[in-house]
Design a protein around this ligand. Structure first.
Ligand SMILES: Cc1ncc(COP(=O)(O)O)c(C=O)c1O
Length: 367
């Protein structure tokens, strides 16, 4: 299998080992508190009867599946609680590549590197389609890349790393073309709570029988370590996906599911709105600094990353290391995300030190 450990870990390690104070803008771990109900739910769980410490149903606690289903307006039978959105993506891609179609996997460049890794692990043949300059879907090019050999197309909106929020009509065009070729579309919506544009619409609105929606609470509830996500799978595909989930995992952590269920029930919408406000103000700080540094950048409509391109300083691994050593700011090289943004560097905004990082970038590049 042709698979390399994501460069992400390499950069993190380099930043950890570097001298001096480095601001981490690599990782996608939210730096704010989870909803209070998460901690309360865990405390309560610790005191429950021992039989509550045993296997939950394989596809997830009934209460949690019903809660997710009600929020997504789907039948609970279609919901599988997974080990993060990551497992949900794997289930969707594996199901598609198991089918009677070919082994083609269409991905959008820049691409979240775990999709390419999964495609390769599953024996898929990846075709990368470049996104528009603003990160939006190039509908025509994406549809043209889909043929009878295509098993699956993976889309991600709001998008990591571009911050684009896809237009639902563009997603629909891809879904319809995929249906013509008997292909499945996996739509990863893990950043669905981080939509600053107000334009995000879930692909569930399309009500298509070849679409698998994946999402989770790693980002929205600031609990990447809990590993709770879910897939919403069309009725004809759900049994096979549940079987695979059972054979690979048996089930998903019960205390985490219980605490997430409590948090869904107890958390006020203000919690999510506060996180969005915090991120929007960080976006303002960083983009103002990038303006001052004379850099090109994409202002995200969603998710929590900014892509930047500096004059005469392409986003290579070597330059990213130089930036760590000389400016004390760690970002991700654009080449990690395919070839479309090789010149760029991605900065994650999930650190309380965004303003300090912004100052450092100005000092470094404005000199
Ligand atoms: C696009 C995308 N999908 C999935 C994940 C992982 O989500 P989870 O922690 O729910 O597995 C990430 C994490 O950075 C991501 O950026």
């Amino acid at each position: 299998m042709d698979y390399q450990t994501p460069q992400f870990f390499h950069v993190m390690q380099y930043a950890d080992d570097a001298d001096g104070d480095i601001i981490d803008m690599v990782s996608g771990n939210p730096d704010w508190e989870p909803p209070a109900a998460i901690r309360e739910g865990l405390h309560e769980y610790a005191d429950s009867d021992a039989d509550e410490f045993q296997y939950p149903p394989s596809d997830g606690l009934q209460s949690l599946r019903e809660e997710i289903a009600a929020r997504r307006n789907v039948d609970p039978d279609r919901v599988i609680v997974t080990n993060g959105t990551s497992e949900a993506n794997y289930l969707g891609m594996a199901r598609a590549l198991d089918g009677d179609c070919g082994d083609g996997v269409v991905l959008i460049d820049p691409v979240y590197p775990y999709y390419t890794g999964k495609a390769s692990m599953l024996g898929g043949d990846t075709r990368l389609v470049e996104a528009n300059r603003d990160g939006g879907l190039d509908t025509e090019a994406t549809c043209e890349a889909i043929d009878d050999d295509t098993a699956v197309i993976v889309l991600n909106t709001p998008n990591n790393p571009t911050g684009a929020v896809y237009d639902l009509n563009a997603v629909e065009a891809v879904v319809e073309t995929a249906a013509d070729h008997n292909a499945i579309v996996v739509v990863d919506e893990v950043y669905d709570h981080f939509d600053f544009s107000g334009d995000f619409e879930s692909a569930l609105m399309l009500d298509a029988d070849n679409v698998i929606i994946t999402s989770g609470v790693s980002k929205s509830m600031a609990i990447t370590g809990f590993r709770i996500g879910y897939a919403v799978v069309p009725p004809a595909l759900v049994a096979a996906a549940k079987t695979r989930h059972m054979l690979v995992n048996v089930t998903t952590s019960r205390p985490a599911q219980q605490a997430v269920y409590e948090a869904y029930r107890e958390t006020d919408p203000d919690y999510y709105a506060d996180a969005r406000d915090r991120l929007e103000s960080r976006i303002e700080s960083v983009t103002a600094a990038l303006d001052a540094a004379g850099a090109d950048y994409t202002k995200p409509d969603g998710a929590f990353y900014v892509l930047a391109r500096f004059d005469d300083f392409p986003g290579t691994m070597a330059n990213v290391k130089t930036l760590i050593d000389e400016a004390g700011v760690a970002g991700m090289p654009g080449a990690t995300f395919g070839s479309a943004r090789e010149e760029w560097i991605r900065f994650a905004l999930v650190t309380p030190r965004v303003e300090a990082a912004a100052e450092r970038l100005i000092d470094y590049f404005a000199d």
